[in-house]
Every structure is written in C-alpha cells, then in structure tokens.
Design a protein around this ligand. Structure first.
Ligand SMILES: Nc1ncnc2c1ncn2[C@@H]1O[C@H](COP(=O)(O)OP(=O)(O)OP(=O)(O)O)[C@@H](O)[C@H]1O
Ligand SMILES: [Mg+2]
Length: 349
C-alpha cells in the first residue's frame, strides 16, 4: 500500500524552491520538515522550465540540505499561460457522464488546443436554475506538466500529484482557517514572477486568476536605478545594508515599484466584482515572498480599501522545538503553497 505519511509538498517557484513535510496528528498536523533554496531567475520563466539541468541540480541540493529521505512529492503548476481554471455552468449530469464529455464541454473555455491539455473538473452541486450545475474546470498544458514531472523524477523524486498553486492555497486555508458562510475572502499569493488569486465564498472557490507580475518588479527597479546585480538587488530587498545604496533610497524605489502590483491586484478584484456580481471581498489574505517587503501589506490595504492580513500557514500546525520558531513565523508567508501541497493525499478529491 502507498505510504501516505511521507509526502512532501514541493513548491517549485521561479525564485525559491520550498519543501514542506507534515506529520498527521489526529485531526491536526505537526511540522516535520521545512526548507527553501534560492534559484537563479533564468531557470523558470513565465511558469515554464527553461534550464532543466540546473533546476534538477537545485532540487538535488535541496534534498541534501533538508536531508529529505522520502521521495513522494506533490508539486504544482501555475501561470496564465499554462493553467486555465474556470467556473462553468453545465446541464446536470453524473460524475461519470461528465468524465466522458468533459473534453467536448471544455473546448469552448480553453484557449489552447484541447488535445494539448490535461483536463480535470470538480462538480460544485446544483444551481438554482433547474437542470444546471456549477463545475470548476481545470486545464493544464500537458507539455508543461511533463517538463515539471521529468525534472522532479530526474532529481530522484516520485511525483504523486500535480496540483495548481491556486488550489494549494485553498487547501492551506482549509487547514488553518475557520470558514465563514457567505463571506468572500481573497487568497492572494505574490511570488517573484506571478500573482495567484483565489477568491473563496464560504470556503468554496468562486474566482481564480493568475497574473505574470510579481516581486521581480522590485528587483528590476533596483537593478535599473542603482546599477547593481540581481543578487545585490535581492539583498537590498531584504533590507540588508549596502555600501552603494542607502536604505532609504532602496525603500523609495521599492515603494514605487509596488504600485504596479497594487494596480494588478486592484484590477483583478474589480474584474471579480463585475464578472460575478458578488458581494464585496471582506478580507485579502496575502502570501508569497513579496509580502515580506516592509509596509507592503499596509500600502496594499490602503490602495484597495480592503482589510489585508498576512497568511498564517502554520496556524494549526504544531512547530516542534527543533525548529527556530521566530524564523518560521517570519518566513511563513513564503511557505503557504508548499503547506497546501503537503496536505494533499492521492485520491483525496
Ligand atoms: N525577506 C524578504 N524581503 C523582501 N522580499 C523577499 C523576502 N524574501 C523573499 N522576497 C522576495 O519574494 C520573492 C520570492 O517569493 P516566493 O518564494 O513566494 O516566489 P516564487 O514562488 O519563487 O515565485 P513564483 O511563484 O512567482 O514563481 C522574490 O522576489 C524575493 O526577492
Ligand atoms: Mg510561488
């Protein structure tokens, strides 16, 4: 039988790869492993693997660093050029019936050749309109999945599930938060080169959107303004002192660059409101490395006029003494997707 105890959530981001393993303890969890490793920005571009050899090496290095023994991993894909997630309305039918007709039903919603994607769906239940049902349709480009799967295998892992970042956030939320019926909560993950948004109503996803903007805008702005390397810019972002650049100057360039991200988040929220005619979003729960930039959550909240909080992906997860609790707390927003992947089990949906 498959040993589901030892599954690692492996979040292969374009700037950091992260691994999380959780131990089940009755209805809650305990953290078993958390490790992350920076990778060079040219290995993964716009959600596609450009340099498989170096990415494989990085994954092997992460394995060594984290002393990972278990080989079963759950990975995820994201990005608007590889993943389509849509809530659609279909005539009522059984799961088996939809399995057979999904390709035909999906064709009009998927902007890629239907033969080139892996399709999945989840029936959300009947609509008020008689004879109709709501379905979440997921289409992921097959060659992108294959690229990720082959790199992960090459690095010595056994990929048991290929998930999607937006759904990983949803699972992370389910483990850690009380679901409030009838309220909209937006999970917004801002990494280096992407924003994943998943708006949930009463714990059910009602809207998702990926954009190809992220904290690379900060890095690029610093490089341009101060003529520094990518690595130096990354250090400046973390608030580290530098001989060349004053901290205040770095801070002001970053604040300016944040404007583009605020606009993008704001636009996605507007799109949600206009396309779904849903009541307003009560809260934005932020994750991803971009949210560690000082002041970012507060300024975003001012810009969009919605309460913003930093995600707590370990809220319901016990942290044993072997971990540095203050480091885990500080870095937690970066681990949100990996936590959501680590709670997946084969055949769980
Ligand atoms: N302590 C920090 N302070 C400021 N910025 C940080 C900090 N840590 C990470 N970042 C920035 O956050 C980004 C990394 O976040 P994250 O790990 O969520 O992205 P990713 O998953 O690699 O990217 P993506 O999902 O977009 O491919 C980088 O741009 C990095 O510079
Ligand atoms: Mg990411």
């Amino acid at each position: 039988m498959f040993d589901s105890k030892g599954i690692i959530g492996l979040d292969i981001g374009s700037s950091y790869i992260k691994a999380v393993q959780l131990k089940e303890r009755g209805s809650s969890y305990e953290l078993e492993l958390f490790e992350m490793l920076p990778i060079s920005p040219e290995l993964i571009v716009e959600g596609s693997i450009i340099d498989a050899i170096r990415l494989t090496e990085a994954l092997k290095e992460l394995t060594r660093k984290a002393k990972i023994k278990n080989k079963n991993v759950v990975i995820s894909i994201s990005g608007h050029s590889s993943v389509i997630i849509k809530r659609i309305s279909l005539p009522e039918m059984t799961e088996e019936e939809l399995s057979e007709s999904i390709k035909f039903e999906a064709e009009q919603y998927v902007p890629f050749d239907i033969e080139d994607v892996n399709l999945d769906f989840q029936i959300l239940g009947p609509k008020e309109e008689a004879g109709q049902m709501d379905v979440i349709l997921v289409a992921v480009k097959r060659d992108v999945i294959n690229d990720y799967v082959s790199v992960v295998k090459e690095a010595g892992f056994n990929p048991v599930i290929v998930d999607v970042d937006a759904f990983a956030l949803e699972n992370m939320y389910g483990v850690n938060y009380e679901i409030e019926a009838g309220t909209n909560v937006a999970l917004v993950n801002i990494g280096a080169s992407s924003i994943n948004m998943n708006i949930m109503r009463g714990g059910v996803s009602v809207f998702t959107r990926d954009s190809s903007l992220g904290s690379n805008v900060h890095t690029e702005a610093m490089q341009k303004e101060f003529h520094v390397t990518y690595e130096e810019a990354e250090r400046l972002k973390r608030g580290e002192a530098s001989e060349k650049v004053k901290r205040e100057d770095a801070y002001s360039v970053m604040s300016q660059a944040s404007g583009d991200i605020f606009t993008e988040v704001s636009r996605s929220l507007d799109y949600f409101r206009s396309s779904t005619h849903q009541a307003d979003v009560k809260e934005v729960i932020l994750s991803g490395g971009c949210t560690l930039i000082p002041g970012f959550p507060r300024y975003l909240s001012e810009k969009i006029g919605i309460a913003v909080s930093l995600v707590e992906p370990f809220k319901n997860i016990q942290i044993p003494k072997k971990f540095d609790a203050s480091y885990i707390k500080e870095i937690a927003p970066v681990a949100a997707v990996a936590v959501g992947l680590a709670v997946r089990r084969p055949g769980d949906r």
